[in-house]
Write a protein that binds this ligand. Structure first.
Ligand code: 6A9
Length: 780
């Protein structure tokens, strides 16, 4: 070690805040070290940070050296022209592999991330980055790669570039000629070092800058500015500077010829051993095997999806769902003035509201933190409330504690009234991807409570009603903690339930309808003409213009899902009084689905209005009419099951060879306008339909065989649609075209589209079908 470095190290230790002897308890409740670090910046091709606010973040950028910064990759972008990129294996607690075929820059990038956790903050990790020129690159491809480290709160966190040693540093002479070292000190993370050995023969440069915290996240433009800055740049490469530097953003640039590989090694001082390159190699090997094995034991694809390629597809879909796990921290914009309901009756209400909103300055709330999977790393790299319930369906199977951790993170965002913002646009980096009109959330706007599904599964697992085969679970091993957690969840869920019932209740005179249960009628708040973003089915046709007298069938069904779940929890916790309340609510909801929402004339469930003694229906054939079915209100003996199956199985209507479409072509609104939920096929709703069909196909009842036949066909159609397009394009898509089955709109939509892996793991029921047909033959 050279003298200035030693001096510097001493100086840095002196300047740094005093280390706290014991770690704060907070880290314990952050659910264990195995979730402390990760590629938790899913908006980037590769971005690492700990699940700790006001600490450090890191990222990777690269460019074709001759093309310059125009070709610099950083945030996932749909127009970067990437081939199907993403994680091919990934476990949130262990790490995984990501492939990024960068067609434009003629290079295939691989990132391998490995975690070794030892409890508390003693986690080590390593990142291996590989670049292999694509065939069309020929020889002599020059790729510029940048790794940066930034620190968020200078008063809490210190990061300094300790050294850039020259000379032999590896055990073998040719291993590396330089090594960049960062030293980190943070009250929660403790003291740690990041080592970046730079391979021999390659040009490297380092720059450290001091910038204000509000622009710190703009790493790409900070770097590009550096390149433009004469003092630092020499022909597009940074000038080497070996002086130790104390900035809050540090950039290491390497320029490689042809293929390359380098490691980034993070070692916590508290860990038993230092992280080494060998660790990356061996851990990757074991993880790769155990991942595939465990996947097959939980989600083994069933007939007819038994090919090697279907398995690769399934591993891919699942890894990309898990690899979309992100940690977000920052402030949120909220409109405080609640939209007054009575105003909604005025014809000019929406113009007035829009104008008021233009004038009104949103409030800034928070900061808040959130651990969540994202629907799409490129287009929607943030949390969406109802999406997360779908994401967690497979996550529960795999890693119950992770699902519970994410659930708690979401419930932690609930305000005192019980509201959770539908879309979590936290902090300026997240905001940079959201058009201004969509950034601000409103405290009267709900979203389907799909997170209740996690709790329902949790109770089933706790009570032994459901077998659990996933990752070892702390909450199951320690029953007491498992029940404690359930009690905490229960009180939060009740608060949300009451908020939902209070704010979304329709002020309707339901007593004018014979047999209706009083009070059980709901309407999504925050509707605008043509849209009901709160429902999740944004532009699905509803009554126009929006009116205070309308009743939304899906809103009622969702309240039913909540009541059912809460009853289940109350029963488990032996709270008889509350159990009977939830049961009473549930019975009323069940009754009103029939009494208020069934249209005899149409033969389907519909949104309705009760006004001036009239009971009218809005009945386009589509997803909304299927809500009583998909939320579990239509049992095997239900008198309207057959009509519902007719609605599903009609090729003139919702049935297509690629899945169930959102709206029937018989509707005048089919394919109209933005055409988001007016025809296209969505995988989340198809999943729910198929899951119900499976349930009915395996439960005794008069229509069991019909359910089985539709189930078999639909499961195959949906899986093949997503699979075929993945084969062709390399991507999962946000939705699929109702006539061609082609994936469309958002590319790399790795959120609920990943539900195909559950569909593949469902039984085909083929054998049973054959037996049934044979039986029928024998009878004849
Ligand atoms: C606004 C609009 C150029 C829309 O997957 C997230 C959500 C779903 O929850 C919802 O059901 N998606 C679905 O209807 C994407 C929402 C994107 C909102 C961002 C930007 C203009 O973009």
């Amino acid at each position: 070690m050279r003298l200035p470095t030693l001096l510097f190290r001493a100086l840095a230790t002196l300047l740094a805040p005093r280390p706290s002897d014991a770690l704060p308890d907070a880290i314990d409740s952050r659910n264990v070290s195995s979730l402390l670090w990760g590629p938790y910046r899913p908006n980037l091709y590769l971005g690492i940070r700990p699940r700790v606010p006001e600490s450090v973040f890191m990222g990777l950028m690269w460019a074709n050296f001759d093309e310059g910064h125009k070709s610099l990759r950083h945030t996932c972008e749909q127009n970067d022209g990437m081939g199907g990129y993403g994680w091919t294996a990934y476990d949130a607690r262990k790490g995984g592999t990501q492939l990024i075929p960068d067609v434009g820059n003629k290079i295939n990038i691989t990132t391998e991330f490995v975690k070794i956790s030892e409890g508390q903050s003693r986690g080590n990790w390593g990142l291996r980055v590989k670049g292999v020129p694509r065939e069309e690159a020929g020889h002599g491809l020059k790729t510029s790669v940048v790794f940066y480290v930034s620190m968020e709160a200078t008063e809490k966190c210190q990061v300094c570039r300790l050294e850039a040693a020259e000379g032999k540093i590896g055990p073998r002479d040719d291993e590396a000629v330089r090594k960049v070292v960062f030293w980190i000190k943070h009250p929660i993370l403790g003291i740690s070092e990041i080592h970046l050995p730079i391979p021999k023969h390659d040009i490297s440069a380092i720059a450290s800058i001091n910038t204000t915290e509000d622009v710190l996240w703009k790493s790409k433009s900070l770097f590009v500015d550096l390149l433009k800055n004469e003092a630092h740049s020499k022909r597009g490469s940074l000038v080497l500077s070996d002086e130790p530097a104390m900035g809050n953003a540090h950039f290491v640039q390497m320029v490689f010829h042809d293929r390359f590989e380098f490691d980034i090694l993070y070692s916590s001082q508290a860990a038993t051993l230092e992280m080494t390159s060998l660790d990356i190699t061996t851990e990757m090997e074991t993880n790769r095997e155990s991942f595939a094995e465990r996947f097959s034991s939980i989600f083994a694809p069933q007939w007819p999806f038994l090919t090697e390629s279907h398995l690769t597809f399934a591993l891919n879909m699942f890894s990309n769902l898990l690899g979309g796990l992100g940690y977000f921290h920052g402030d949120m914009k909220v409109f405080e003035s609640h939209a007054a309901d009575y105003e909604e009756k005025e014809p000019e209400f929406w113009e007035k509201l829009a104008e008021a909103r233009r004038r009104e300055k949103p409030q800034t709330k928070g900061p808040f933190e959130l651990l969540t999977h994202v629907p799409s790393r490129a287009n929607f790299p943030r949390g969406f409330l109802w999406d997360e319930g779908f994401h967690l369906l497979p996550v529960v199977d795999w890693d119950l504690d992770l699902a519970l951790e994410v659930l708690q993170s979401w419930l932690g965002l609930m305000d005192r009234d019980g509201w959770i913002a539908r879309e979590q646009v936290l902090g300026p980096e997240t905001r940079s991807k959201v058009p201004p009109d969509f950034q601000t959330q409103s405290p009267e706007v709900a979203n389907p409570p799909t997170l209740f599904w996690v709790v329902s599964r949790y109770v089933n697992i706790l009570s032994g009603a459901e077998q659990y085969a996933g990752h070892e679970s702390h909450h199951l091993n320690d029953r007491e903690s498992g029940t404690d957690l359930l009690m905490r969840l229960y009180s939060l869920l009740k608060r949300h339930y009451e908020w939902f019932r209070r704010t979304q209740r329709a002020d309707v005179e339901a007593h004018s309808i014979p047999n209706a249960a009083l009070g059980e009628g709901y309407r999504w708040r925050g509707r605008t003409p043509g849209y009901s973003l709160a429902s999740g089915l944004d532009d699905y046709p509803r009554a126009e213009p929006p009116d205070v007298t309308e009743l939304h069938v899906d809103a009622l069904c969702w309240v039913g899902v909540m009541a059912r779940t809460l009853a289940q929890v109350a029963e488990y916790l032996q709270n008889d009084q509350e159990l009977s309340t939830f049961r009473r609510h549930y019975d009323g909801i069940q009754r009103n689905i029939e009494v208020l929402h069934w249209s005899d004339g149409g033969g389907l469930y519909c949104d309705t209005r009760i006004h001036d003694g009239l009971h009218t229906f809005t009945c386009p054939k589509g997803y909304i009419s299927l809500f009583p079915f998909i939320t579990g209100f239509i049992g095997p003996e239900h008198p309207r099951l057959n009509a519902t199956l007719d609605l599903i199985r009609d090729p003139e209507g919702l049935w297509t060879s690629s899945g169930i479409r959102s709206l029937s072509p018989e509707s005048t609104r089919y394919g109209e306008g933005d055409n988001y939920w007016r025809g296209p096929i969505w995988i989340n709703i198809n999943y729910l339909i198929i899951e119900q069909l499976l349930h009915l196909a395996t439960t005794p009842g008069p229509l069991r065989h019909r359910c089985r036949d539709i189930y078999k066909e639909l499961r195959r159609n949906v899986v093949e649609t997503v699979y075929n397009d993945w084969e062709k394009t390399g991507f999962a898509w946000e939705q699929y075209h109702p006539e061609t089955g082609v994936g469309q709109r958002t590319q790399h939509f790795t959120g609920w589209t990943a539900l195909v892996i559950k569909l593949m793991s469902f039984p085909d029921l083929e054998e049973e079908g054959v037996r049934h047909k044979l039986g029928a033959l024998v009878k004849e």
